[in-house]
Design a protein around this ligand. Structure first.
Ligand SMILES: Cc1cc2nc3c(=O)[nH]c(=O)nc-3n(C[C@H](O)[C@H](O)[C@H](O)COP(=O)(O)OP(=O)(O)OC[C@H]3O[C@@H](n4cnc5c(N)ncnc54)[C@H](O)[C@@H]3O)c2cc1C
Length: 371
């Protein structure tokens, strides 16, 4: 610890990104001789979100995985199929299980101090430690030149009186719902034969009213799921930014992590696995005494693809339901997943690109290049 500062590390926010990194550092022994301060505005005692993601084999937080699926369904007017995911599995982690697990690891380290208060002034906080990680994302801090969409969704955990669901198969995307608001789909994550999380999701530039989300969910459950009588046990609502803007890792004298650090995939909203990969890299750098400034980043072409796809959706060059239908109809799901993970090889990406219509994507690509 430097003599002018009181802590070795400060974390702003104790959500997915901060806890993913802190737990890695704790488990690797890095925190044993460190003083750490964590600011968080709300005690993480609620199941405020559910994370889903695909993964090969076991991940760092395997212990708290709530459910996995080996098969997912994709449905649209153009293409409907069950997709076998091996070697991937689609996984679900409940927010509350993740928070409890992480806090359980961290409570063994009394030198990690949690301050439950709203962070408002950053200047004094930045003086507290030589390294400050911030996961505070400000949705108003927008680059006006970049394209912005919102992924917004309302979900219900529902329970039926009779066996209804197949807990071995999830619905990844169901685009048969009305597309009048823009790119809209539902997904279904069965947990038992009688219980599932059903979500109604949109990629558009503005939120709906509460009634509109409810109407979308009701319609989906009546017309396509045909669920019949059921109880609603829990509800969730969320908004994830989908943006082509750049998020520098080091900004305002702090290292930005999580959504604030650009870990939300612009074209899909998936974030959890990007946070895990980034947390691994940051932890390895700290453990080996390497500079955080030199962390490897994903190839720039992935950001370009994201921006193009985002522009196609945001500017309406081609309907989102058709874009995703083409991707899943003309490519193995494993290729699509690797691509969405920024882990595909160029040859595979060319095959994906070839499966999409040339004109709308060329138009978007030109816009991205000349912007
Ligand atoms: C409902 C929901 C569902 C999601 N589902 C998925 C999914 O299925 N798959 C996926 O990959 N991604 C998903 N995401 C996106 C992403 O994974 C999550 O948003 C993830 O939590 C981002 O991690 P983070 O650490 O950046 O932000 P957060 O987890 O939100 O952590 C930020 C923390 O900072 C605290 N904070 C914010 N401002 C202040 C302040 N001024 N002072 C003090 N504390 C503050 C917050 O309370 C919060 O605890 C979802 C997001 C939401 C909202």
């Amino acid at each position: 610890m430097s003599s002018s500062t009181s802590y070795d590390l400060v974390f702003l926010g104790a959500g997915c990104a901060s806890l993913s990194l802190l737990v890695r550092l704790a488990n690797a022994g890095y925190l044993s001789d460190k003083k750490v301060l964590v600011y968080e505005r709300s005690a993480k005692t609620l199941n405020d979100r559910t994370w889903c993601f695909w993964e090969k084999g076991e991940g760092y937080f395997e212990e708290v995985v709530h459910h996995t699926w080996d098969t997912v369904g994709f449905y649209s007017q153009e293409f409907s199929s069950d997709l076998s995911l091996a070697p991937y599995r689609y996984k679900m982690i409940r927010g509350i299980d993740f928070y409890r697990y992480c806090m359980g690891v961290l409570e063994k380290f009394p030198q990690v101090e949690f301050r439950y208060e709203e962070v408002s002034s950053l200047d004094s906080i930045k003086q507290l430690a030589p390294i400050v990680f911030s996961s505070l994302y400000d949705p108003a801090d927008k680059d006006p030149k970049a394209t912005h969409l919102l992924q917004h969704f309302k979900g219900r955990v529902v329970e039926t009186a009779q066996d209804f669901f197949d807990p071995g198969k999830a619905t990844l995307m169901d685009f048969r719902v009305d597309q009048g608001h823009g790119t809209t789909f539902a997904y279904v994550l069965p947990l038992t034969t009688r219980k599932a999380l059903v979500e109604y999701t949109l990629f558009t530039d503005r939120l709906l009213t509460t009634e509109q989300y409810d109407q979308g969910l009701d319609e989906y459950m009546d017309r396509f799921l045909k669920i019949g009588s059921h109880k609603v046990i829990e509800e969730e609502f969320g908004v994830i930014p989908m943006t082509g803007q750049s998020f520098p890792f080091y900004r305002n004298g702090m290292y930005q992590i999580g959504t604030a650090g650009g870990q939300t995939k612009a074209s899909s909203g998936y974030t959890f696995q990007f946070i895990q990969k980034r947390s691994d890299l940051i932890a390895q750098a700290l453990l080996s005494g390497k500079s955080l400034q030199d962390l490897p980043t994903d190839a720039a072409r992935f950001m370009f693809y994201d921006r193009v796809l985002l522009d196609v959706l945001a500017k309406g060059y081609w309907p989102g339901d058709r874009v995703f239908s083409r991707l899943f109809a003309r490519n193995p799901v494993q290729r699509v997943f690797a691509f969405l993970d920024n882990e595909s090889a160029l040859g595979e990406e060319l095959k994906l690109i070839a499966s999409l219509p040339t004109l709308p994507f060329m138009r978007a690509a030109m816009g991205v290049i000349f912007n």
